[in-house]
Design a protein around this ligand. Structure first.
Ligand SMILES: [Zn+2]
Length: 429
């Protein structure tokens, strides 16, 4: 196909895999540690700021308009011919500590490549298309900071009190880079100015890899609640306290852990997950009956009703166990994120585009939280997944075959071309 026919027929456009590869490689050098081969680009660290500068340069080199808002979200804009609500496509470039190269970064690099491909081919969309890399998705200061800023979900009190696990305040960290944390309030957008938000992300689970399919179309993003649970009994001598006279807090935790599969079977769905990921047994001596346990509980599902049912089933089970074992039980809800459904029309278009490109695809839920979850409360959203090798993520082992990355990139490009046409019947909101 020659250059003019590409311009004549945007449907024939394809992303350039070599440019994606080189961008992924360059970005993965920023914040990389030689020793454990992990990437340390946690939000608003020097490495993250270098990543933002790298992205801004890349956007300018692609002849797109580079912008940074008050939440330090970095954007690249391909202006459209109309003032119709724009299409946002993006993800994040901050990472967890010791991360792999693709979580977040892939969605940003692919989004950039889609806009660059359109720009190079001389495609001028009816709707403006904006690449956006959201700040602090991974949670150094709580997570999904940039998308919450865009959705107007921040307030001065939160901004004043946000701090990371080592007590560094967001305000101070941003001031160190010459920025005012309260400017994040200015990043809020008018929902009417955004037609939709699209995000490509690695699956971070094993489903697509196991099915051998290159792309997933996300229909629902899971909601979750996390609790910190405390069971209090009585610490006592492991030798002198008879078995029937113990108030063993750890046995309460063990009973509850054992009931989790039943709770999920009886109250959950096939998409439910429940995990105790962290536990502390106190006083923590081999010869002492534990008098106190604290543990985390992370429960997820794509239905809010199911989440409510699971929450009350967990509460009931814990209080029954506490009664039986003579323990006191209390819990604190640490976080709650409601599930979000992808927009039906976006799901249909992505499915149709995948079919036209001849890509074997799978409709599936997202078990991980993403910026799309925040954006989905304000505007229609859609997500494309590409397979994670062996389901691995948040680790230097995280990887996706280049051919799958190319497939996902082409699907994103097709979707943007379709949605950016003024005639496309988008969902109104
Ligand atoms: Zn991510």
């Amino acid at each position: 196909m020659n250059a003019s026919s590409i311009t004549d027929s945007p449907d024939g456009l394809r992303v350039n895999l070599d440019r994606i590869k080189s961008d992924i490689r360059e970005l993965s050098e920023i914040g990389a540690h030689g020793e454990d081969r992990g990437i340390y680009r946690m939000a608003f660290t020097d490495a993250d700021m270098r990543g933002k500068r790298w992205l801004t340069e890349r956007i300018e080199q692609a002849d797109l308009q580079a912008e940074t808002d008050g939440a330090l979200n970095v954007s690249g804009v391909l202006p459209g011919t109309s003032d119709l609500p724009r299409i946002l496509v993006g993800s994040h470039i901050d990472t967890v500590p010791c991360a792999g190269a693709l979580d977040g970064a892939l969605g940003v690099v692919v989004g950039l490549e889609c806009l660059r491909t359109m720009r190079d081919a001389g495609v001028v969309p009816d709707r403006t298309v904006e690449l956006i890399a959201f700040s602090d998705e991974e949670g150094r200061f709580g997570g999904m900071f940039g998308s919450q800023a865009v959705c107007g979900q921040l307030n001065p009190e939160r901004l004043a009190t946000m701090s990371d696990l080592s007590g560094v305040r967001l305000q101070d960290e941003l001031r160190r880079h010459g920025h005012d944390a309260f400017s994040a309030l200015d990043a809020a957008r008018d929902p009417e100015s955004i037609a939709m938000y699209l995000e490509l992300h690695i699956e971070q689970g094993p489903v697509l890899d196991r099915l051998g399919k290159p792309v997933g179309v996300v229909d629902e993003i899971t909601g979750l609640f996390t609790w910190s649970v405390t069971l209090r009994g009585e610490a006592n001598h492991a030798g002198t306290t008879p078995m029937d006279m113990r108030h063993d807090a750890f046995m309460g935790l063990a009973d509850f852990a054992h009931e989790i599969p039943r709770i999920v079977d009886e109250n959950g769905s096939a998409r439910s997950r429940a995990t105790i990921g962290k536990a502390q047994i106190l006083p923590g001596a081999a010869n002492t009956v534990p008098g106190h346990v604290e543990f985390s509980l992370d429960v997820r599902d794509t239905s809010e009703t199911v989440l409510d049912d699971l929450s009350s089933a967990c509460r009931k089970a814990l209080s029954a166990i506490a009664r039986r074992r003579n323990l006191m039980f209390e819990f604190e809800q640490k976080s709650y994120l409601p599930p979000v459904a992808a927009d039906g029309q976006v799901v249909r278009q992505l499915t149709e585009s995948a079919r036209q490109l001849g890509l074997d695809h799978q409709q599936m839920p997202s078990g991980a939280a993403h910026d799309a979850q925040i954006m989905g409360r304000m505007v229609p959203v859609g997500m494309i997944f590409v397979p994670s090798k062996n389901g691995q993520s948040h680790s230097p082992a995280e990887w996706t075959a280049w051919s799958d990355i190319e497939a996902g990139g082409n699907l994103m490009l097709q979707a943007i071309l379709q949605f950016a046409a003024a005639g496309h019947p988008l969902t109104t909101h």
